[in-house]
Ligand binder design. Structure first.
Ligand code: NAP
Ligand code: MG
Length: 473
């Protein structure tokens, strides 16, 4: 049982001002795995005041001081990486190989990247008579989701720390453990009091207290579209900067070439990773109509090959995050059937032998980009395939979405992939599975307005100041 009842405020582990707790449920067993405290606006006031006080000195620290801090955090993170992975598996159900693998690797990657960039970053630049100076924006509220907890937390905290901001982290109720351990790591590294604060609790309470707070300068939010819209409105009265990283329905175009079956299989298995709970998942798979039979067979085989079971066992996929999420995904699978999409693999209900736990059958549909399952983010292991006639048609389908987070192209002809990448209205395009911690990540359209990762992630937390007359004319 994990009982994480204290918050980290002003360099100390403290009790909530008004005691209130909530159970945390393990999605693999549906049993209580621990408890957290639920904070109140009074806790937020205390943390914001601490962050404001700390900003005065932390914003003036040298790059060297901040590099030292980040490198000490890095050593501590590496020391506790296994524990972090185990906490992720317990809180959100990722298989242990994924929890202790890609999940913690992403956090570590953002930390390492922040260190690399900080060594080189130009906070000042002279242009004619003017000095352009990039300065930390101030006190930041960081609000994160449960699906890739270390990724989303670290991609905010470390750039913010690197540039000299102070912050209050509000982790997701569904996945609060890894954030608690991360706060322990940052504390052990000797972060100055008030620079980093962490309060657990409800988004509607702690989140709202941050987004409406007079003394918070910026909100960085990753989560759903509906909450993103609310946050933008709540933050408007105090004219805060708001960085939004929202959902997606990302198209994956498979080119007509000899690798088609392999590429369809790879995209299908990829969709089921993390139980399909990835904002940038390639959830609409576009294949040439002329090769549809081959594509269907490859997708069916790959989908049926995805093993599902106990996240502490040796399975490719664990449960989804909660029984509520399970029910929501079941609703979509049933909608797909009711609206006439062709079921290629999987379907409603739980996988055989897994009655307890939020386990979903990996599922593939063939559809036409017009049904509910084609247009809404399901956030589960449900892939929708659709056919295209030619590449113009593929682009039209790919861009016919309210979202614009990711896009993928798989195929042998790099020139074709490059040409398609220019025409896709999304914030990132991945060609043939390439990966880069320095590539900016964020959405077009309703997928958000921010850019995280790498150098662009620094700029989220910086103000730009012009000092005109710095140089004589
Ligand atoms: P969510 O319901 O929007 O919650 C995200 C966070 O916001 C949680 O910490 C939540 O607190 C908090 N929150 C809820 N209501 C709030 C309010 N009124 N004001 C301020 N904060 C509030 O999202 P989710 O269900 O956890 O995550 C799934 C979504 O995240 C998907 O749509 C996915 O696509 C998106 N996502 C986007 C990216 C990206 O980078 N673009 C990455 C990952 C995930 P509680 O814990 O109380 O709910
Ligand atoms: Mg939610």
């Amino acid at each position: 049982m994990r009982d994480y009842l204290k918050f980290y405020i002003d360099g100390k582990w403290v009790d909530p001002i008004e005691p209130k707790t909530a159970e945390v449920i393990n999605p693999a067993t549906e049993a209580v795995s621990g408890h957290i405290s639920l904070g109140s606006p009074a806790d937020v006031d205390k943390a914001v005041a601490a962050a404001r006080r700390a900003f005065a000195s932390y914003s003036e620290t040298s790059v060297k001081d901040r590099l030292d801090l980040l490198e000490t955090i890095q050593a501590e993170y590496l020391r506790r990486e296994r524990e972090l992975g185990e906490a992720i598996t317990e809180e959100m159900g990722a298989p242990i190989s994924l929890g202790c693998g890609f999940h913690t690797l992403l956090g570590k990657g953002h930390l390492g990247t922040a260190i690399e960039i900080l060594k080189e970053y130009k906070f000042e630049e002279e242009r004619g008579v003017t000095l352009i100076r990039k300065e930390p924006i101030g006190v930041c509220g960081l609000i994160t989701p449960w699906n890739w907890p270390m990724n989303q937390t670290c991609v905010k905290i470390f750039p913010a720390l690197a540039v000299g901001c102070t912050m209050i982290l509000k982790p997701p109720q569904l996945a609060p453990y890894s954030a608690q351990l991360l706060a322990e790591i940052i504390d052990a590294a000797g972060v100055p009091a008030g620079v980093f604060n962490m309060i657990q609790g409800k988004g509607s309470v702690i989140g709202t207290a941050l987004t409406t707070h007079e003394d918070v300068d910026m909100i960085s939010f990753t989560g759903s579209e509906s909450v993103g819209i609310q946050i933008q409105k709540d933050a408007a009265d105090t004219v805060k900067r708001v960085g939004l990283e929202l959902g997606g329905k990302s198209p994956w175009i498979v080119l007509d070439d000899p690798d088609l079956a392999t590429n369809v299989a790879g995209a299908t298995a990829g969709m089921m990773g993390n139980s399909g709970q990835t904002c940038s998942a390639g959830s609409r798979l576009l294949v040439p109509n002329a090769r549809m039979d081959e594509a269907k067979a490859a997708a069916r085989e790959a989908c049926e090959g995805v093993t599902v079971g106990d996240p502490n066992g040796n399975f490719a996929m664990g449960p989804v995050v909660s029984m509520d999420q399970y029910k929501d995904i079941q609703r979509y699978i049933q909608l797909g059937i009711d609206e006439g999409a062709e079921l290629i693999a999987g379907g409603p209900g739980k996988p055989e032998g897994l009655e307890k736990g939020a386990y979903v059958r990996p599922t593939v549909f063939l559809s036409n980009n017009q049904r509910t399952i084609d247009r809404e983010e399901i956030f589960g292991p449900v892939l929708v395939m659709m056919g295209y006639d030619d590449l113009d048609d593929a682009i039209e389908i790919a861009n016919d979405s309210n979202f614009g987070l990711g896009g993928y192209v798989s195929g042998q002809d790099l020139e074709t992939a490059r040409a398609l990448s220019k025409r896709m209205r999304t914030g990132a395009i991945w060609i043939n599975g390439a990966f880069d911690f320095h590539a900016p990540f964020g959405g077009y359209k309703r997928s958000g307005n921010g850019r995280e990762w790498g150098e662009f992630g620094f700029e989220e937390y910086l103000e730009v100041k012009s000092v005109i007359g710095w140089n004589a004319a």
